[in-house]
Design a protein around this ligand. Structure first.
Ligand code: KG4
Length: 340
């Protein structure tokens, strides 16, 4: 029997809906919110209002793209957390209402677990091989930086995580210091392509085990700019490409260093990267370079499945459906990370 699931993602500033048939994605529709650009970061109140405006048209398009009707849906999966509570409430309420109206099960999904399981999304006609268990997943987004051992689809162990800022946050905050709009990560990636990554040096943290820290890089970046701007007010514009390239190199070295250590310690050769920062072109190159050196099999999802999207919620919902892990109508969203 085929299982058809409607999935909703609304944890931050993307409203997304997806329909999956078993593990094959039939549609994945995402509406981004541009209202935050002028503020240098996501404004929670504006985000939840935009979700309310977007959710019905996004779900409607997901149904049309998939060629499926509401009566064919067997369950509704939704992101319960972590994320912005006001944003999560919109997706959670929609999912609950849909499940009640159709009298079908609800499935709660953890956003971070969904990023990891994005590697198992199948597209019609594709023959992409998923990672083999156990594999290591470097999960790097705007809110999280973790190294996870994935033992089974629904069994994961976090062996390292950031003790302060996430890698994406470091990109975004440093971009803001340079006067770039939010989200700054993709812009730093773009300008870095024309810059010299050896032009500037920024401090790297010395944190034990597999944990990360990015607040020191941000402070080192801020102070070195502040000193140079005193001497030359046009310093940023004159050196934008080199600043971006040097900062990007520092962040990627920090990420790769721990990933390589973890892969050696646990003797794992299947290495996956997930989350919005995995779109970074230099991080992708660094992972592929290391794959040749260390004999890794690397896995990076298609771009549309790396940033926030409902397809990853749909595939997680599918595995939870198979395990009969259903949720009750009484569930409330959660803002902070839960260990899975
Ligand atoms: O996974 P995601 O869409 O949302 C969260 O759950 O956080 O990740 C968004 C983050 C932002 O910090 C953004 O700047 C970063 O991913 N990002 C990038 C790139 N594309 C997105 N960072 C560096 N280089 C990129 N190409």
């Amino acid at each position: 029997m085929s299982i058809v699931i409607l999935a909703i993602e609304s944890s931050c500033d993307d409203t997304s809906a997806s329909i999956i048939k078993n593990s094959t994605i039939l549609s994945n529709v995402t509406a981004a919110q541009h209202v935050h650009e002028e503020y240098g970061g996501v404004v929670p109140e504006l985000a939840s209002r935009a979700h309310q405006q977007n959710i019905i048209p996004v779900v409607d398009k997901a149904f049309k793209d998939a060629g499926v009707t509401g009566d064919e849906i067997n369950a509704v999966a939704f992101t319960r957390g972590p994320g912005l509570l006001g944003s999560l409430l919109v997706g959670t309420s929609f999912a609950k209402g849909f499940a009640l109206a159709k009298n079908i099960p609800l499935i709660e999904v953890d956003h971070l677990q969904a990023h990891v399981l994005a590697h198992f999304i199948e597209e019609p006609g594709s023959d992409k091989k998923p990672p083999q268990f156990p594999f290591l997943c470097l999960l790097v987004s705007g809110g999280n930086s973790q190294i996870i051992i994935v033992k089974e689809h629904l069994k994961m162990e976090i062996i390292g995580e950031t003790i302060d800022d996430a890698a994406g946050e470091a990109f975004d905050k440093c971009a803001k210091i340079m006067g770039l709009p939010y989200p700054g990560g993709p812009l730093i990636d773009k300008y870095a392509k024309k810059g010299d990554s050896e032009a500037f040096k920024f401090n790297k943290p010395n944190i034990p085990d597999f944990n990360y820290s990015f607040s020191g890089v941000k402070t080192s970046f801020l102070y070195s700019l502040r000193d140079r701007i005193k001497e030359n007010p046009n310093f940023i514009t004159e050196n934008l490409n080199d600043l971006c390239a040097s900062l990007q190199k520092t962040i990627i070295e920090i990420l790769m260093d721990k990933l390589i250590k973890a892969a050696k310690k646990y003797s794992i050769k299947d290495i996956a990267v997930a989350g919005g920062v995995s779109a970074n072109s230099e991080l992708r190159k660094a992972v592929n370079r290391e794959a040749v050196k260390q004999g890794w099999n690397t896995h990076i999802p298609k771009f549309e499945y790396t940033t926030d999207n409902a397809a990853m919620v749909a595939i997680t919902g599918y595995y939870k459906y198979l395990n009969k892990q259903f949720a009750g109508q009484e569930l409330a969203p959660y803002a902070r990370i839960k260990n899975r």
